[in-house]
Design a protein around this ligand. Sequence first.
Ligand code: UDP
Ligand code: MN
Length: 462
Amino acid sequence: MLLPQAKDIKLNGNVSNSKMGLGKSIKMYLTIFVATTCVYMVLYQYHMSRQPLATNEVIKHTDKSSSSASSFIASYLWSPMSSINATAMGQGEGQGQAQMQLHVSNATELSSSPSASIVESAMSFLSTVSLPLSLSSPSSSDAKTNITTTTTTTAAAAAVTTTTTATTTTPTTTTTEKLLRTTRTTSHAHNSMGSAGGVAHKTRSTFIAVSEPPPLYIITPTYRRPEQLAELTRLGYTLKHVLNLLWLVIEDANRTNPLVAHTLDRIGVPYEYLVAPMPEQYKLTKRAKPRGVSNRNRGLDYLRANATEGVLYFADDDNTYDINIFEQMRYTKKVSMWPVGLVTKTGVSSPIIRNGKLEGYYDGWIGGRKYPVDMAGFAVSVKFLHERPHAKMPFKPGYEEDGFLRSLSPLDNAEIELLADECREILTWHTQTKKNPAALALNVTRYGNTNLAFIEKLLVRP
Ligand code: UDP
Ligand code: MN
């Protein structure tokens, strides 16, 4: 639009009438040309926004404000922040909030309708489909292959993963309810995605329904200290990549801490937050303490009362986990083991395998243990735990793993499943965070009326 005007000014200054006419014509043609281009661009944008959801868009989490309902919902669900935003959405995203509520209520109706079970079983497959995606996403080339070959279905499944975690974080909810709700929300995602894009629907209908993968129960002991929320945040977001998981966060305390509950809520992984204080006699000792033992035994009690199948794993809050190990341990029949990277001179704690057979254990300290393994290096099936009703962890520093594994006897060495490529890979690390002093109290005279007064309340002090 600027161009004709500029020409006009130049022509008006020093030329004849005929040239003026020519100038006007040029101006008119240019105006028409520019206007037509603008109209085409607007139409093209509109056309693109009506296109069915492209998987890549979702994975990259683009364009949340797109006018396309399907792409909006998918990107919304895919967002790790969605669980927070679902309850705290501002004015600007009011439309999105309305859509979410609408679809959630649809889901409830769906699960109670006659066809609900069909949709649910179909969706349980979709949950399974999302596994390779979540597993391979860290290695970009593999992830790309998955995305392109499974097209929109994968996107839907990815969305399901997030939805599941976003809606099942109430500490009071029982395990069964959580797992049920997982399926229900799953149907919702299927429904909304299916109705939004015709192509996606066609692709999905060719799949066969299979059941969900076995549940994983992650028992995490934790305790009050300045690093606590940081540790839980890091572990929580690792677990967020894992499907069909219940996180049992058990604090060595007499009561729960709202700051911990708040952190768990925000992460959005299905969890139970329990307490199990260390017995006084151990707290008072000047010698090594049996750290996290009462917490883990509380976790075992919880599983005996609430779980029937799946696999349990003790994940300390300060360790580091490659999510691949979760998908491997999920199918443990009795007990599975694998190497654990150490931050000591020994470097690793691992079963020793020769000719495919468990020959012994490698660790910096054997200490007469039958099972000199690290807490992060084994998983146990819930069914097997039920068959060993007296199995528990002893309050014996250094012998916690050994004592627990011994209490699972009879257990033949040949029954121990060797994971992580027959113990040739390190997928878990026994990391340690430097201990830090408590933060000083805030200078209220100086900062009393600032945001720091709020932040001060978010710090965990021993
Ligand atoms: N822990 C606990 N109470 C304590 C000390 C530790 O519940 O008094 C928990 C801690 O959060 C961790 C586990 O027990 O999940 C193991 O403790 P820590 O990491 O201190 O032991 P390390 O790894 O150094 O052997
Ligand atoms: Mn530790």
